[in-house]
Design a protein around this ligand. Structure first.
Ligand code: ADP
Length: 372
């Protein structure tokens, strides 16, 4: 039996028992928009809907009401009045002109004493309603979690938008200067174009998360060429922060299956984190290692390094430490991206060193790649 059927059964049985036992319920009429009872009102009984449509809502904050349920003809509400006489826990409003039947607590007790079927039908309707409420609640929880994740993710992206925007501002100023040579203008144009593309990718990533999309396309990419672009794109903003990048070992000249625009986030995030921990400037050192099945990338900075005991927590979503505006999402996003490439990422705790992050990218055949 469906939840709707069990409730209609109960209401039908209730009506026939009322007639049979000659108990006269009150008939109430409400206009659309009229409040039937409010949160906190004393309980007057159980309502069955003969005609119309009723919304049950509750305050989620001082000024914000949230619709919990809606009931149509053949349904009932306010049933808690039968079990206990505590004040109403929600507000009921007629959405359409409605005709309702009100059975008081005393009347219902009388009916139940003489009709075990009515008790069974009520229990049945109750159990369906509890199940429905659970499903509804779980769904709401998942939605709320998704929105809160979205909100936090949006915050981290908005925070990161500042970097490309500052490069665009500087490049635009340089291009607009009367003294700018044609090459300088051309260079500024390239920078602006590059950073606008980066902004577009960030916003697309936000859109991807908000849609719950798990699309992850990989294309054969030359790593050395790709990495040269990363350096080119980040040079200005790192220069502005007095941070230099030193490439300590040759960059592997190999073809890898990459989603370049997503992998950009990993480099941008690691570089930005390093720069955040070196407010007076410093160095980022990059080392590479080419293995038969994967390449290995190491990013080390000259900042203070990790606080003891936190290395295991760094990739946990929302873990943040030592950054007033931190969201704790950067590294967990890096982890997702690296793992979507089939690689691993970790942080190394080395005494008296700065922050060290390592990640691998497999050289596997494209067809073997995990496409989430
Ligand atoms: P957020 O930077 O928003 O806090 P992340 O996920 O990017 O979020 O980083 C999580 C935490 O990892 C940071 O709050 C910081 O404590 C630590 N961390 C990340 N990068 C470094 C680094 N280069 N040096 C020291 N600590 C770091």
């Amino acid at each position: 039996m469906s939840a709707g059927q069990s409730r209609t059964n109960f209401v039908n049985l209730l009506q026939s028992e009322l007639t049979k036992q000659q108990v006269e319920p009150e008939i109430r009429e409400y206009k659309a928009g009229q409040v039937i009872f409010e949160e906190g009102d004393p309980c007057d009984g159980l309502y069955a809907i003969i005609q119309g449509f009723v919304r049950i809502s509750a305050f989620v904050s001082q000024s914000n009401k949230h619709a919990l349920r809606e009931f149509a003809a053949g349904d009932f509400f306010g049933e808690m009045a039968i079990l206990n006489q505590a004040p109403r826990s929600a507000t009921a409003t007629a959405v359409q002109d409605s005709r309702l039947l009100l059975v008081s607590h005393e009347q219902f007790s009388e009916l139940m004493e003489r009709s075990p079927q009515l008790v069974l039908a009520l229990l049945n309707a109750f159990s369906h309603r509890i199940r429905e409420t659970n499903v509804h609640f779980v769904h709401e929880m998942i939605e709320a979690e998704r929105f809160s994740l979205m909100g936090r993710f949006a915050r981290s992206i908005v925070h990161d938008l500042k970097n490309p925007l500052s490069v665009i501002t500087l490049a635009a100023d340089a291009a607009a200067s009367g003294r700018a040579a044609p090459e300088m203008r051309e260079q500024a144009k390239k920078r602006i174009h590059q950073q606008v593309q980066r902004l577009t990718h960030m916003l697309n990533e936000l859109l991807r998360v908000s849609e719950g999309s798990t699309q992850h396309d990989l294309a054969p990419t030359n790593f050395a060429t790709y990495f040269a672009e990363i350096i080119d794109q980040t040079r200005d903003e790192l220069d502005n922060k007095n941070v230099t990048v030193e490439v300590k070992t040759p960059v592997p000249d190999v073809i890898l299956p990459l989603n370049a625009r997503r992998l950009d986030h990993v480099f941008f995030n690691l570089f930005n984190n390093a720069a955040d921990f070196m407010p007076k400037g410093g160095r980022i050192m990059l080392r590479f290692d080419s293995k038969p099945s994967e390449i290995h990338v190491e990013v080390e900075d000259t900042g203070p390094g990790f606080k003891p005991g936190i290395v295991q927590k760094l990739f946990t979503p929302f873990f943040t430490d030592g950054k007033p505006a931190g969201t704790g999402l950067g590294l967990s996003i890096c982890k997702n991206i690296v793992e979507d490439h089939g690689g691993r990422i970790w942080a190394k705790e080395v005494a008296n060193s700065g922050g060290i992050f390592c990640f691998t990218l497999p050289l596997k055949n494209m067809n073997e790649m995990r496409t989430r």
